[in-house]
Design a binder for this molecule. Sequence first.
Ligand SMILES: [Zn+2]
Length: 255
Amino acid sequence: MGKRLCAGLLGAVLLALAPWGSAESGPGPRMSIIIDDLGNNRRLGEAAINLPGNLTFSVLPGLAYSTQLAEMAHAQGREVMLHMPMDNHSRLPLGPMGMTVDMNEAEWRAVLREALDDVPHASGLNNHTGSLLTEQEKPMAVVMQELHARGLYFIDSLTSPRSIAYDQARVAGVPALRRHIFLDHEQTDVFITEQFERALAIMERQGWVIMIGHPYPETIDFLSWVLPLLEEAGVELVTPSELIDTQQRLTRRAP
Ligand SMILES: [Zn+2]
């Protein structure tokens, strides 16, 4: 299936959603898109930050352009997150400042603080890989204590179906949400379009959705034409902070 056919299908889906956000139906559906893994590649990082829409950028610590890209995103009014490298079952290398299972509590805390200092303006944190570490209580407790102390939120990237990170965050009083859809495991137009349509279906069901993508050329190209369509369809692009604010207001209002 070619790009034009993908675009046609997606356009049809968005058109079907168009009544949302009209004056009669009140506020429309909301979508949060986090772009992970910024820090290594300045050109692609900047291209992602320059996309036309209220995207959120999660920056890996300790890389050549980590601080610079976080500053740039912030300067353009975009929400910044720390993309914290955490140990995974495949034992893939984590890059600088990763949290591994063989560290002790003091080491987890030290590396986390170092990473938070390296990514200025972070409003929250999500895990980079982490299928192993997010299943473990002790390191997750350290993460949540640190986030709570700094008033930051947590987004579980959900790299393991057995992740306890979201529950640990809630127990620790850290505002938290979970990722619904990974946009671009495969960097093809067909795959990215299908994932996006899955996200739209979730949004239609529950009113909001959180997606994670990466600064791949294919993803940047896809978002460059889909973001204006979203706006036309009345879909509001929001930051995780905005989703969390709404969630907290609803919780307070509940009896
Ligand atoms: Zn990542």
